[in-house]
Structure formats: structure tokens, C-alpha cells
Design a protein around this ligand. Structure first.
Ligand SMILES: C[S@@+](CC[C@H](N)C(=O)[O-])C[C@H]1O[C@@H](n2cnc3c(N)ncnc32)[C@H](O)[C@@H]1O
Length: 263
């Protein structure tokens, strides 16, 4: 009983602790990342690492970070954001009175806040309800705080940076008007009850999240999300992600990463 744990035992205990099923992440990648973290933090094995995970929120945050590299920046992949600003948002604003938007796996809020900044520049922030979710409590707390370093804001247009942020002690604080526009919630994207609890939305961003899951899990997530996109709405994925045969879900690929729901 005192011996060290293997990954099977670790995954089982972790599931009981957090409700997150690590079985559904790509094995090799996950195990390599956990191994790196354990070594870096100086633990002698999975068991002692797990004992600290139970009591140390900072370590849990680092763990999620390692699991899915939760680094993000504002306006990540500028081509996609240009397309959102020039095509997707104007189209949605023309066809819907109100927009429901969801940023899934939002990390520290960079993605949903980028959308809020763009909607503001289109004079339409009041017409949108933006929900953003992640499994990592600490990332969500940081998102609610809205405090960023300069390198997270590198791609924010200069005029927006000036008006939407206040520089303070080397950091940039987001204006409360944008913070109010986004509701952050803790959600596990692997739980089917989550999708059943939501109503259709006009824009869903699930970027750089499902790439970390096994192929059948990726398919399952895409199917759940596709059902939630309202006809005429959009589904945006990460640049390294792909939806196989999108027509199965009534999705049309407009450019890589951007899909429109037909109907
Ligand atoms: C690489 S970040 C993506 C951030 C942002 N979407 C972007 O593209 O810049 C991945 C995020 O997914 C979150 N995540 C990983 N597994 C999750 C799960 N099962 N449920 C919800 N969020 C999860 C992580 O905590 C992390 O913040």
C-alpha cells in the first residue's frame, strides 16, 4: 500500500478528487507532461504529488497548465480575429438582435475579452451575452481580475489598448465595462449534462482545447457543440484543430477554423 502509484491509480484518484476523467486525454502526451511537472516540482512519484494536489490550489493550477498548456493571448491567431471582426460579427449582428456567445476553455479570459473588445469597436457590446468557462478555478479567478502582462496584449490594436486598459505597476488592468460583459463559470467540457443545460448560441469558440483529448472524445465534443450552435451561427476552433466531415453536423467550413451552421 505504501508503494508508488502507476498512472491508472493516479487517474482514478484524480477523478474522485476533481470529477475530471484523465482517461479521456491523449495518454502519452498527458503522462509525459505530468512526469515533467513532477520532476520539476521535486516529487518522488505520483502518490506524493497527488497528496499535495489535494491541498494546494496553486499546484492544481500548474497541473491544469501542464495538462493543456493554458497559455493564451488576446487576439490569438490574428487572421481568425480579423475574419471575426470583418465577417462573422457583422453577419451575426445583422441577422440576430441579441447574440449569445460562449468561449469554452477560456483560460485567463483572453479569448472572451477579445470578443468583447471587438464588439465594443462595432458599437454592439450591449447586444451580446458572453459566457466563458474553464475547468481551472485559478485561471477563472485571474480572468475575473482582468490583469494582464504586456506580452499577453501584444496583438491588441494600439487604440484599443489605450482606451480599454490602464497600466499599473507593469501590468495592464482591463476596464470594468468589459469585465462586466463576460460571465465566467467553471465547467468541465467532458460532462454531457453541461451541454443539455444550455440553449442555442450564435457564436461558440472552442479553441486549442479539444486537441488534447482522444479522437473519440474530440468527436463527441464537436457533436455536442455543433448541436448548440443556432442555425446561422458560427463555431470557431483552433488553428491546429480540425473537424472531420463537418456536413455531418450541418456545419460548413468557411475558412480553416471557422464553421457556419446551416439551417
Ligand atoms: C490552451 S488553453 C486555450 C485558451 C483559449 N481558448 C485559446 O485558444 O487561447 C486550454 C484551456 O482548456 C482548459 N481545459 C482543459 N480541459 C478542460 C475540461 N475538461 N473542461 C474545461 N476546460 C478544460 C484548460 O484549463 C485551459 O485553460
Amino acid at each position: 500500500m505504501n508503494g508508488n502509484w502507476d498512472f491508472i491509480r493516479f487517474k482514478k484518484e484524480f477523478f474522485q478528487l476533481t470529477g475530471l476523467d484523465l482517461e479521456r486525454y491523449k495518454d502519452k502526451q498527458m503522462e509525459r507532461r505530468i512526469g515533467q511537472l513532477i520532476e520539476r516540482e521535486g516529487y518522488d512519484g505520483l502518490r506524493s504529488f497527488f497528496n499535495d494536489l489535494k491541498v494546494n490550489d496553486d499546484l492544481l493550477h500548474k497541473f491544469y497548465n501542464y495538462l493543456t498548456i493554458n497559455t493564451s493571448v488576446f487576439y490569438r491567431d490574428i487572421k481568425i480575429y480579423d475574419y471575426l471582426q470583418d465577417r462573422v460579427l457583422p453577419d451575426l449582428l445583422q441577422n440576430f438582435n441579441r447574440l449569445k456567445i460562449w468561449s469554452m476553455g477560456c483560460s485567463h479570459g483572453e479569448e472572451p475579452y477579445s470578443i468583447a473588445l471587438m464588439l465594443h469597436s462595432l458599437s454592439s457590446l450591449q447586444r451580446a451575452e458572453i459566457m466563458a468557462s474553464d475547468i481551472d478555478d485559478k485561471a477563472l479567478d485571474m480572468a475575473r481580475e482582468g490583469k494582464y502582462s504586456r506580452n499577453q496584449l501584444e496583438k491588441v490594436p494600439k487604440d484599443i489598448l489605450k482606451t480599454a486598459f490602464t497600466a499599473q505597476n507593469g501590468f495592464y488592468l482591463l476596464d470594468p465595462a468589459y469585465k462586466k460583459a463576460v460571465t465566467f463559470k467553471k465547467h468541465n467540457l467532458l460532462e454531457s449534462a453541461l451541454y443539455k443545460s444550455l440553449s442555442p448560441m450564435q457564436l461558440i469558440l472552442c479553441r486549442n482545447v479539444f486537441i488534447y483529448f482522444k479522437t473519440d472524445v474530440q468527436e463527441w465534443i464537436v457533436e455536442q457543440v455543433a448541436k448548440l450552435v443556432a442555425p446561422g451561427g458560427y463555431f470557431i476552433i483552433g488553428c491546429a484543430e480540425f473537424i472531420n466531415k463537418p456536413e455531418r453536423f450541418n456545419l460548413e467550413r468557411l475558412i480553416p477554423s471557422i464553421y457556419k451552421k446551416i439551417g
